[in-house]
Ligand binder design. Structure first.
Ligand code: ZN
Length: 137
């Protein structure tokens, strides 16, 4: 997470997202003990507060659900998928050895280095914020 100050509370609690409340609680208690600002230096107090905040949100089923929704929304918001196309549906320009595909905005999706070993690539429009997924097979 880099944008704003949206924090991944699961990372803060060193748990994965499917962790049960019990697991979260154990992790929280362990972290609180090691991070308590009274016991250590004050540099840790930011982390300490994050851990407390994370636990407050995740221990409650309702706020956790709300948070999960926000989290997954954040993670997908940077990718606006306009279309999924097969490579053969794209226009090939053998002079430049590139594949192109027209975006509805009038811009172009440009695929160079088509000898990629990936089975699918995501490329962005040169004009707008949409992307397309190209299936190489
Ligand atoms: Zn576009």
């Amino acid at each position: 997470m880099d944008e704003n100050d949206f924090i991944d509370y699961y990372k803060v609690l060193e748990c994965n997202r499917t962790a049960s409340v019990e697991e979260l609680k154990r992790s929280y208690q362990r972290l609180i003990l090691t991070l308590h600002p009274d016991k250590n230096n004050t540099d840790l107090s930011d982390t300490f507060h994050q851990v407390q905040k994370a636990w407050t949100v995740l221990r409650d089923d309702d706020t956790r659900k709300q948070y999960d929704a926000e989290l997954s929304c954040r993670e997908h918001s940077d990718l606006l998928l306009y279309d999924t196309v097969a490579l053969k549906e794209m226009e090939y320009n053998d002079e430049d050895n590139v594949y192109t595909y027209n975006c509805r905005c009038g811009g172009t999706y440009l695929l160079e280095n088509c000898d990629t070993i990936l089975s699918q690539v995501i490329i962005g429009c040169n004009e707008c914020s949409f992307s397309i997924q190209v299936n190489m097979l």
